[in-house]
Ligand binder design. Structure first.
Ligand SMILES: Cc1cc2nc3c(=O)[nH]c(=O)nc-3n(C[C@H](O)[C@H](O)[C@H](O)COP(=O)(O)OP(=O)(O)OC[C@H]3O[C@@H](n4cnc5c(N)ncnc54)[C@H](O)[C@@H]3O)c2cc1C
Length: 373
């Protein structure tokens, strides 16, 4: 894929060009990319935990796909972002490799230009809190937490425990960086838990415990206290750690988390219907019996296309440009007001909604709807 193709569309609102100034292998499956805006006004500050939204050419060369990558460096960095990406190979030979991660790993080199928006995202440190912090990650989920660790270790006096779980030392990224930060003051500790440590890991004592992050491990590492927990990792890790923390009576509001995928699974998912009890029933096109979607502020109305991925995608097909970010029910950027009608969620939103609010990225209409966009 050529640089110019990857750079297409950089002039659109919000997106700008970021040049790859350094590419560093961090483990057998993970690489970091250091990025600098090509234009002087391209820099935007970030809070540790936030991510950039990249626009990559689609597989068929038609249009783009969007992928999020967390900024993994210190927020002190005021001219460069670093993203740290796991190469997502195909799980079976008849399936395609992960589009953007394999493109970044296999084709992008220093000097290439990427197109990205942000940083954005709500998974950020609560700076008003002075509680001790536990940063808990699995696999490549450590990226936003390493950025948080930089900030906490160097700019706060809070006690910090960084707990990272991965398979072994071969795939463990940013290990030295985390150890250096942990050594920066006595109140910052790091614990590495390997599921399948190699002989070399054992000889070199690269890890502190073996197996998975269990209730017993957390109890042994964390003296009784009121902690702020930040979690990021693959779905099974998140489910296990979240339910363990809850079983240890950690209140929900003390657990912040980021998913590197669709927002499902943390709690049992049931298909939810968002209803607006006080709104009038939505108009039905009696002549055709078709479901209509009215975009009231834009003064547009269209017949719902059942092949549309979501209300967000449908609105975009109509030429509208609602705000969005994660496209996975997590961030709330695409929140809109449902003037009338009902929607069905095909992904349970993790973002908390008030009555009458709807997340466009993970919902479809259930009959005719009127949206305030
Ligand atoms: C807020 C946020 C932050 C993130 N930060 C990071 C980060 O810091 N680092 C990071 O590495 N990732 C991060 N991610 C994940 C990242 O956005 C991508 O989802 C990830 O890199 C995979 O994208 P891809 O295009 O490579 O794979 P995709 O093309 O989306 O494919 C994903 C996987 O599915 C497989 N696949 C493809 N087609 C099929 C099929 N038909 N059937 C079954 N399987 C199939 C692929 O082989 C691949 O393994 C983040 C995600 C979010 C939401």
């Amino acid at each position: 894929m050529s640089t110019s193709l990857a750079a297409q569309g950089a002039n659109k609102t919000g997106f700008r060009q970021l040049k790859v100034i350094k590419k560093v292998r961090e483990s057998s499956t993970i690489a970091s990319f250091y990025l600098e805006p090509t234009e002087q006004d391209g820099w935007r500050n970030f809070q540790p935990g936030q991510y950039l939204v990249f626009r990559f050419p689609a597989r068929d060369g038609q249009g783009f796909v969007l992928r999020n990558y967390s900024v993994s460096c210190s927020p002190e960095s005021s001219s460069q972002y670093r993203i740290t990406v796991k190469r997502e190979a195909a799980p079976a030979t008849d399936l395609p490799n992960g589009l953007s991660s394999c493109y970044l790993h296999d084709e992008v080199t220093e000097g290439d230009v990427l197109v990205a928006e942000g940083p954005r995202g709500e998974f950020v440190l609560d700076r008003d809190s002075d509680r001790p912090v536990v940063l808990l990650s699995g696999g490549v989920g450590l990226t936003p937490l390493v950025s948080m660790l930089h900030s906490l270790a160097l700019q706060s006096e809070r006690r910090v425990c960084f707990i990272h779980a991965c398979d072994n030392g071969e795939v463990h990224a940013l290990r030295d960086e985390v150890e250096t930060l942990a050594a920066s003051r006595p109140d910052v500790t790091a614990h590495f838990c390997y599921r399948f440590p190699t002989k070399e890991d054992k000889e070199l004592r690269r890890h502190h415990s073996e197996g998975v992050v269990s209730r017993e491990l957390l109890q042994s590492l964390l003296p009784l206290d009121d902690y702020d927990f930040y979690l990021c990792g693959p779905a099974p890790f998140m489910q296990a750690v979240y339910s363990t923390l809850r079983s240890l009576s950690v209140p929900k509001q003390r657990i912040a988390y980021e998913f590197f995928g669709p927002a499902t699974l943390l709690e049992t998912v049931t298909e939810k219907v968002a209803q607006v009890a006080t709104t009038p029933s939505a108009p039905v096109d009696m002549a055709t019996g078709q479901t209509t979607v009215e975009f009231r502020r834009s003064r547009q109305k269209a017949v719902w296309d059942s092949s549309a991925e979501s209300l967000l995608a449908f609105a975009e097909e109509q030429g509208l440009e609602p705000d969005f970010s994660c496209r996975a029910g997590i961030c709330g950027s695409c929140k809109s007001h449902l003037v009338a009608g009902e929607v069905t969620y095909f992904e349970e939103p993790l973002y908390e909604l008030e009555a009458g609010e709807v997340l466009l990225c993970c919902s479809k209409p259930r009959g005719a709807v009127i949206l305030d966009i």
